[in-house]
Design a protein around this ligand. Structure first.
Ligand SMILES: Cc1cc2nc3c(=O)[nH]c(=O)nc-3n(C[C@H](O)[C@H](O)[C@H](O)COP(=O)(O)OP(=O)(O)OC[C@H]3O[C@@H](n4cnc5c(N)ncnc54)[C@H](O)[C@@H]3O)c2cc1C
Length: 453
């Protein structure tokens, strides 16, 4: 996947809206900005799930190597701190009707996701993270309609085939969990870890920064990457890093480095978070203080209730838009905000005075054939990108694999033993066709999701 030409002045797009997860945390000490010319054995570009996992795996594999991580924005400000925090172990194919794929592929994917969750669990323990940063509590596929219940029944049959445990919940169970009457049933599975994503990323970055062999800089975007002899020179506005090997952990932005161009789909999804509920509102609502629902129909609304550092809050995520420019307009975000409020009020009529405090969007990177953009793309440059919308687990997997490839780790010692080399992401159709096709398809599926939306 060699790039066609050296690119200069690489830009990071604007992320729409302030992400609630980071905003509800106490302020933190900033990481330094790169202001000098330095050298390293390994340079990791991007401090999301992929970049920080790659950095941690590098530290494990080569404790004496000098590692530098460069993040263009503030740590946890980008997509890694903007997601809904479901680190899912089981098959979760967003393009399917009920998340399931073929049995063999799903077994392999589940084993890899679980290796990633184990890696995150060990990280959370080693770095002494608060329990809400990483909580292995499972999640529920919630159904609000008969069609949703059918999706859950299909999925349950698929789980039987995979020999995976689950528990079916009826309308009463769902009411007891949530305090509301909206859902007719649910399918609970135990293996998902729920993250406070900004907290997890922040704590992971701080834990890594304490390692003597590692330096992490934020607000230090790489604007140019070019070969210098056998090394790579990455320039930021105020400094540079000359490194033997580079891991690109920038998800869809790998295209702006000249790789995988016209092969990656840039899709936004969006979330809103309420203000903190008062003790009176919590009591009126009832139900449990923490729960996490993915929709039984993949195009429906994800809903979470959290109780922790930022108080008691509810989060709604829905809508997908395909935006090849990697940016969305303010009017798009406003219209999404209205959709979130509608979905929220439909579910929680008792909280009709509760406003959304934050609404935001974030970029996903997908490939038409649902594969990573992973591996050595040029001598000494490794890509850990294209997480197909499930970057908490898949980004962790990609980061670990890229670090193992860069250090030439033997396959037997790999943490991700089930990974098999994949074909490259398939070429996209011309942009106007992609735009019409993808947006038309997603609007239709959202409309069909009905009350699950
Ligand atoms: C609303 C929403 C809900 C979601 N919910 C879930 C969910 O529940 N579960 C799940 O698994 N996934 C979810 N996702 C997707 C998930 O957030 C992404 O898949 C994940 O963040 C990808 O991780 P990553 O590390 O590969 O990339 P990113 O998180 O995008 O990290 C890449 C980092 O690289 C940095 N960067 C880019 N270019 C440069 C440069 N030139 N120089 C320096 N740094 C650079 C960026 O600033 C960024 O911080 C959701 C996403 C959104 C927006």
């Amino acid at each position: 996947m060699q790039r066609k030409k050296q690119l200069t002045n690489i830009k990071i797009p604007v992320d729409p809206g302030p992400a609630g997860w980071e905003a509800i945390l106490p302020s933190r000490k900033p990481f330094a900005e790169l202001t000098q010319d330095i050298e390293a054995d390994y340079l990791v570009i991007g401090a999301g799930f992929a970049g920080l996992s790659a950095a941690r795996r590098l530290v494990q594999l080569q404790p004496d190597a000098q590692i530098v991580v460069l993040e263009g924005k503030k740590v946890a400000e980008g997509p890694a701190g903007r997601n809904t925090g479901f680190m899912i172990d089981l098959p979760h194919d967003l393009a399917s009707d009920d998340y399931a794929g073929s049995a063999d592929n799903d077994r392999r994917q589940t084993a890899m996701n679980r290796a990633a969750i184990d890696f995150a669990r060990q990280t959370a323990e080693e770095y002494n993270m608060p329990s809400e940063a990483f909580n292995p509590c499972g999640k529920t596929n919630a159904a609000a309609t008969a069609k949703g219940l059918n999706h859950n029944a299909d999925y349950a049959r698929h789980l039987d085939l995979l020999d995976e445990p689950y528990q079916l919940l009826d309308a009463k169970d769902m009411r007891e969990k949530t305090g509301i009457n909206y859902y007719q049933g649910g399918l609970w599975t135990p293996g998902t870890a729920m993250l406070q994503p900004a907290l997890y990323i922040r704590e992971l970055a701080s834990g890594l920064q304490k390692k003597e062999s590692l330096e992490l800089f934020e607000s230090s975007p790489v604007i140019r990457l070019k070969q210098k002899g056998h090394k790579w020179l990455a320039s930021t506005p105020k400094g540079s890093v000359l490194a033997g090997k580079v891991i690109l952990a920038v998800n869809g932005l790998v295209e702006r480095f000249g790789y995988f161009q016209k092969r990656l789909m840039h899709v936004f999804t969006y979330a809103s978070m309420t203000r903190a509920l008062s003790p009176f509102e919590c009591k009126a609502l009832g139900g449990e203080a923490n729960w996490a629902f993915t929709p039984a129909d993949p195009m429906g609304s994800t809903v979470r209730r959290i109780s922790g550092i930022g108080g008691d809050r509810l989060i709604v995520r829905n809508r997908f838009t395909y935006d090849p420019s990697m940016e969305v307009s303010g009017s798009c975000l406003s219209s999404v905000a209205e959709t979130h409020i509608e979905a929220f009020h439909a579910r929680f009529p008792i909280l009709n005075r509760v406003e959304m405090e934050y609404c935001w969007g974030g970029r996903l990177c997908l490939s038409l054939n649902n594969v990573f953009a992973l591996g050595e793309v040029e001598e000494g440059v490794y890509s850990a990108c294209c997480q197909n919308g499930l970057g908490t687990a898949k980004g962790t997997i990609a980061g670990i694999i890229a670090a193992e490839q860069a250090t030439a780790t033997e396959v037997e010692s790999s943490l991700i033993k089930d990974y098999q080399a994949e074909p490259a992401p398939q070429k996209l159709w011309p942009i106007p066709m992609m735009w019409l096709g993808a947006n038309g398809y997603m609007r239709l599926k959202e409309w069909r999701a009905g009350k699950e939306f």
